[in-house]
Design a protein around this ligand. Structure first.
Ligand code: NAI
Ligand code: MG
Length: 499
């Protein structure tokens, strides 16, 4: 599908307003057992995009049963080569339909097309990397010390039915990040999209069927977290839950998993420190530290929201990041010039604007932004401009709590040991950034920061081969990398007495 010439010209067959988008269970597109539906709206305009089948426990039950049958049935006969070929076919079809998928992400959750299209190579790269992994799974032969002749080796086996619960902040990428490793290892999936952005996952479901994914191998059940999501998390027929979202929901998923002790991986939020030394190349650090928070309107789990700046350059640097923020074009994500789209929902808008008031009440000083945009083209959407708060101290709520909006809390520091301690003084540990030209400082921080990723002179670099995940309350388990594959596999030890 070509880019629309104007925003108004964009009418996707998937966004027909009142026609009900159905859920995917066992290769068929079905209504919710309850007959219920919910609305999906464009957060830039408030327009109704579609009505979506609202799944709950009964639908999850059906989907899990289908996933179990597929796991035990024909899917288990697929050879690694065949799973690889299927993933490569999916990559080809996703590539062909990429513009359409990225525009669906844009209208459903707000991110600018510049961003949703910009992730193309990453998403395709993930699919092709998982395709490679499908033929790279292997156990080991392990020498043992038992008397006599007894031989031991391990088998790696798919864990089974995976419940994938994803957020709304990058729907397409989030689907691939969970479906890819499942297909590579031979698992089956029941995916629950976020209620804020179910359309791309459903359209992807159609493409998966076109690619030849067998019935029941991937099921997609949209619905609310408290109903469909909770039913999936506690389901006795689910072997693993792969979750991305808030730490509060992560905690309820862990509790729900206790019943059958299913495996859980959690990719949760953060309050990541981004640390700028006076010796850094400030010309790259300014946009780098800015986009570490403003990208996707701050709705990124690893956003570098606590900006620690060495005191010598604090005023200058904070001023420059503020100017950078001010220069970004905020608007409807379908406009190719837009750099910052709306927040995803009224709930996020209330949350983020609430923190803007909190910051001011706590005595922080907004250098740029600080209030929602409500006039003219912004009137019907959830627009918050890039915001930089100066004069922030470590104990303020805006320095401790995840805001999930385009809001930087800028904090001065003096030396290396101090900033390591203060950078780690959070209950989270997902991302972290360091900007310096001094290689020994860079290494000290890389070792000292308690976070799953440390980005030095860059931010949010990602690759399918490199593990991503959290320390502390940012969760456990890793996505991407060999480490992610292991989360979808069981290890079986086999012993053979040969004498
Ligand atoms: P959330 O964690 O409630 O939602 C994420 C997913 O979990 C959605 O699919 C939702 O339907 C599902 N869910 C919700 N409650 C559930 C339950 N009890 N059992 C099973 N599944 C459940 O996040 P929400 O409400 O969208 O955003 C709230 C805050 O969470 C944000 O402001 C942000 O701080 C954080 N967040 C972090 C994300 C990340 O990438 N780590 C993504 C989205 C939100
Ligand atoms: Mg929620």
């Amino acid at each position: 599908m070509a880019m629309p010439q104007t925003i108004e010209a964009y009418r996707h067959p998937f966004t027909t307003g009142t026609e009900v988008k159905r859920m995917l269970i066992n290769g068929e597109w079905v209504r919710a057992a309850s007959g219920k539906t919910f609305e999906s709206r464009n957060p830039a305009t408030g327009d109704l995009l579609a009505m979506v089948a609202e799944g709950d426990k009964e639908d999850i039950d059906r989907a899990v049963a289908a996933a179990r049958r597929a796991f035990e049935g024909s899917w288990s006969k697929f050879k690694p080569f065949e799973r690889q070929a299927l993933l490569l076919k999916i990559a080809e079809i996703v590539e062909k339909n990429y513009d359409e998928l990225s525009m669906l992400d844009t209208v459903d959750m707000g991110a600018p097309v510049a961003r949703t299209r910009g992730t193309k190579q990453r998403v395709l790269g993930m699919l092709r990397w998982y395709a490679g992994m499908a033929t790279s799974i292997h156990g080991e032969t392990i020498e043992n010390s038992l008397p006599g002749e007894i031989f031991s080796y391990t088998l790696k086996e798919p864990i089974g039915v995976v419940g994938a619960i994803i957020p709304w902040n990058g729907p397409l990428g989030a689907c691939i990040w969970k479906i890819g490793p499942a297909l590579a290892t031979g698992c089956t999936v029941v995916l629950k999209p976020a209620e804020e952005a179910p359309l791309t996952p459903l359209r992807l479901g159609e493409l998966l069927m076109d690619a030849g994914v067998p019935p029941g191998v991937v099921n997609i059940v949209p619905g609310y977290g408290e109903t469909a999501g909770a039913a999936l998390a506690e389901h006795p027929g689910v072997d693993k839950v792969a979750f991305t979202g808030s730490h509060l929901t992560g905690q309820s998923i862990v509790r729900a998993s206790a019943f059958n002790l299913k495996r859980v991986s959690l990719e949760l939020g953060g309050k990541s420190p981004d640390i700028v030394f006076a010796d850094a190349d400030l010309d790259t650090a300014v946009p780098g530290a800015g986009m570490a928070v403003f990208a996707n309107s701050g709705q990124i789990c690893s956003a570098g929201t606590r900006l620690f700046v060495e005191r010598k350059v604090y005023d200058e640097f904070v001023g420059r990041v503020a100017d950078f923020g001010k220069s970004l074009k905020v608007g409807n994500g379908l406009d190719p010039d837009t750099q910052i789209g709306p927040l995803v929902s009224e709930q996020q808008y209330e949350r983020v604007t609430g923190y803007l008031s909190t910051g001011r009440q706590e005595g922080a000083r907004p250098v740029t932004g600080g209030a929602a945009l409500t006039e003219g083209v912004y009137a019907k959407g959830y627009f918050v401009p890039p915001t930089v708060f100066a004069d922030v101290n470590d104990n303020m709520r805006i320095a401790q709590e995840e805001i999930f909006g385009p809001v930087i809390s800028a904090i001065p520091f003096t030396d290396v040991e101090e900033v390591i301690t203060r950078g780690n003084a959070t209950s989270f540990g997902l991302g972290s950034g360091v900007w310096t030209r001094d290689v020994s400082k860079a290494h000290r921080l890389a070792k000292g920061l308690r976070a799953g990723s440390v980005w030095i002179n860059c931010y949010q670099a990602m690759d399918p081969a490199v593990p991503f995940g959290g320390y502390k309350m940012s969760g456990y388990g890793r996505e991407s990398g060999i480490q992610q594959m292991e989360e979808y596999l069981n290890v079986k030890a086999v012993w053979i007495k040969t004498a």
